[in-house]
Design a protein around this ligand. Structure first.
Ligand SMILES: Cc1cc2nc3c(=O)[nH]c(=O)nc-3n(C[C@H](O)[C@H](O)[C@H](O)COP(=O)(O)OP(=O)(O)OC[C@H]3O[C@@H](n4cnc5c(N)ncnc54)[C@H](O)[C@@H]3O)c2cc1C
Length: 302
């Protein structure tokens, strides 16, 4: 030790005690390096890692939810047969932190206009391909002609149903001409224009990639918003694929998510009053009334 070192009053950590698992462990991804679902011509979502990755034989990653929940609930529900009930209780009562003990890491390739929507989910950890550092790949999203939607008349944010073939064809030709900027982009970067500026000529249909890591509580939040029919179809396709990737790893939590979140319905105070009294919804608001009519239809009350 050099003479100048100040002796620390803090004792050195004691040796690490390494415990062997109580039961043999299995890999929740069955030894695979990634599980990939291709999306459209150039996109994909790949699950590249999970936490917990290893779980006791015969269990799923749901066990990490139960394990952490028992810290707060003590040993009262120790039976494995009660695990499902506990996970479902936690989901119903929005006791969310145990679900944060499970994490998933994805590698995703998607058009930039989808990435713009995705990045709004702030609770994930993201690392994206740098178009300042690297040349953008020559990959663009182009819908099939039958998937060129027309603007919805009822939902100002959405499209619905195919537009006539002539207009769809015109739109696809315009997309193609925007893609043709790619060659000019390459030429300009080769002539020395900085990549960070040259990329400005590319349309938002160009593909980007990122690694995206998020915990299960926030993934369920993402999925409940982006699997919803109000979300843009292209991001719905990614969200549905993401759900397919995680469902076999957390089947119990996924079942609870479907029962208590995805397929559930929120009733407002006004709506509860309307059911109780049998009177119309006490509002003049047209959109709120329409939403109530849709809920009544789902409840079989219409
Ligand atoms: C159908 C649809 C249409 C949309 N349209 C638009 C639009 O027109 N314009 C637009 O700008 N956005 C739009 N969005 C994006 C939307 O407003 C949200 O930004 C997005 O859905 C992310 O939701 P979030 O903030 O709940 O999620 P996350 O960022 O994942 O956050 C999860 C939760 O963590 C909490 N949280 C996270 N960060 C903070 C923080 N900094 N402060 C406080 N609480 C925090 C909140 O409780 C939040 O609900 C739309 C989203 C959908 C699904």
């Amino acid at each position: 030790m050099p003479d100048t070192a100040v002796p620390s009053a803090c004792p050195a950590p004691r040796p690490i005690e390494k415990s062997l698992p109580e039961a043999p462990l299995r890999d929740v991804m069955a030894g695979a390096s990634r599980w990939t679902i291709p999306i459209h011509e150039h996109g994909f979502i790949a699950l590249v890692d999970a936490m917990p990755r290893l779980v006791p034989e015969g269990q799923t990653a749901d066990s990490a939810i139960v394990q952490s929940a028992r810290v707060s609930y003590g040993q009262g529900t120790k039976m494995v047969s009660e695990d499902r009930g506990l996970v479902r209780y936690l989901m119903r009562h929005r006791h969310s932190t145990p679900f944060e003990m499970v994490e998933f890491k994805f590698h995703i390739a998607m058009p930039i206009f989808i990435a713009r929507q995705w990045i709004r989910h702030r609770t994930a950890n993201v690392n994206e391909y740098s178009a300042r550092y690297s040349i953008m790949p020559d990959r663009f999203y182009r819908p099939d002609i039958e998937n060129v939607r027309k603007q919805s008349k009822t939902n100002r944010q959405g499209g619905e149903g195919p537009i006539d073939a002539g207009t769809a064809d015109e739109f696809l030709k315009l997309l193609e001409s925007a893609e043709a900027n790619y060659q000019k982009y390459l030429d300009l970067t080769e002539r020395g224009v900085a990549r960070e500026l040259a990329r400005a000529v590319l349309p938002v249909s160009v593909y980007t990639e990122w690694y995206w890591k998020c915990d299960l509580h926030n993934i369920f939040h993402f999925l409940s918003l982006r699997m919803d029919p109000h979300a843009q179809i292209e991001i719905q396709e990614y969200a549905r694929a993401m759900y397919e990737l995680i469902k076999p790893i957390v089947p119990v939590a996924s079942e609870a998510f479907e029962d208590y979140r995805l397929n559930a319905m929120h009733l407002t105070g006004l709506e509860i009053d309307a059911i109780r009294t049998g009177k119309p919804l006490a509002t003049e608001n047209k959109r709120e009334t329409a939403e109530w009519e849709a809920k009544k239809a789902r409840l079989g009350l219409a």
